[in-house]
Design a protein around this ligand. Sequence first.
Ligand code: BGC
Length: 521
Amino acid sequence: MPAGGFSVSAPTGVEFEAKITPIVIISCIMAATGGLMFGYDVGISGGVTSMDDFLIKFFPTVYRKKHEDKESNYCKYDNQGLQLFTSSLYLAGLTATFFASYTTRNLGRRLTMLIAGVFFIVGVIFNGAAQNLAMLIVGRILLGCGVGFANQAVPLFLSEIAPTRIRGGLNILFQLNVTIGILFANLINYGTSKIHPWGWRLSLSLAGIPAVLLTLGALFVTDTPNSLIERGHLEEGKRVLKKIRGTENVDPEFNEIVEASRIAHEVKHPFRNLLLLRNRPQLVIAVLLQIFQQFTGINAIMFYAPVLFNTLGFKSDASLYSAVITGAVNVLSTLVSVYSVDKVGRRLLLLEAGVQMFFSQAIIAVILGIKVTDHSDNLSHGWAILVVVLVCTFVSSFAWSWGPLGWLIPSETFPLETRSAGQSVTVCVNLLFTFVIAQAFLSMLCHMKYGIFAFFSAWVIVMSIFVLFLLPETKNVPIEEMTERVWKQHWFWKRFVDDDEHILNGDAEKNGKISNGKHEA
Ligand code: BGC
């Protein structure tokens, strides 16, 4: 889960007094609806775009191609308009993140979530009522704006409201809800594909449920103390802190938020600060983790599972059914991560998953290479089941590694003053590469055929080597001690932190302007 803003843990790793109060539980439910909404949007388009009624109405050429024998199996769905329907959401989302980082800071987390909810509701109305392609794409763009705002604000809200000792678990809870959203979307598509000719409308309209939940939640829940204090409402911030922590004894945490807010205010240009040499390791890692997460090829499966299984010669119904199985595996395997991430650590999960993902994809490539030719969709029952099993093996390893950790690691490695800006960059790069994959996958499938799985498996090797040598373990390291205990100790990254300190110290000697290794304003 992306996190940012201010930490509520003391720099020494000492815990503040905090109970798990009803308001914290309500916040979790809210975060859940934000994640659900994102997951639902990820999952819904694949099923809808494989429904004949939908294709006849909006993409008649794709419909004709699909039912003509002439076209290569791998190219049936290769249509820029169809890809734009799926991917416009991500393009809109990554643009919206920059506005969202402004509103999150200046209007608060709660209002930003409200804005997201309103975007979602209007987007759902456009999509559900769509009469032509333009309405459909406009609706998707509005949903994308919702995703941009929600993915920036909900995780921030969650991480600020959570007591330190359950923050890690809540991180992955967000991803868990993304996977539940995807599963729901697949299940709903499975049901609505039988309703002619308007089943697709129901699929797109049911996104209204998480959208309304998020909006109502944002209306009723209080903003975080961090956001209130940052915006100058000190008394209200303290009152809220007492309420959410269930104790009168909040002064240590309150003082730390006030101090964090002071330091954050001194940083006039958070994005420029992010480019300082000493923030380079975290920045490089956050950006690469997002790129790698998407180059596992997960979304090729999440968006296009039904289309993909159709390509392999499954009948439409069986395709959606298989997509539901993949979705369920995704949810259950995320629980493995919730349970084990703080026990076995991030690196072990990523490295184990690297091996599993590589073999699953490589074997799929070989099977398809031998069995699926351009014009005969003749995967026999046995082979088809093996492909589904391999897709599940792939999805499960992603779900306990790159899925949640792609969000968790960037959220826990940035120092406080750049955590928010780092979060924006993380969300933006993630959505950018999600867009790239969404837009390119069907053309890649058409041109590279089974080679697409070899392509993604090659990337898995690259990212696993990266993890092996360059990704430090962050398990059990208090969030504010990362620089000292992780970056300054790492064989490669320490040179950036050290070099920057030398530069800083040099400057300080010249200007007499440094204290405790930090810039003074
Ligand atoms: C990724 C999404 C992906 C989902 C699949 C998330 O971590 O960011 O792009 O669709 O996992 O479960």
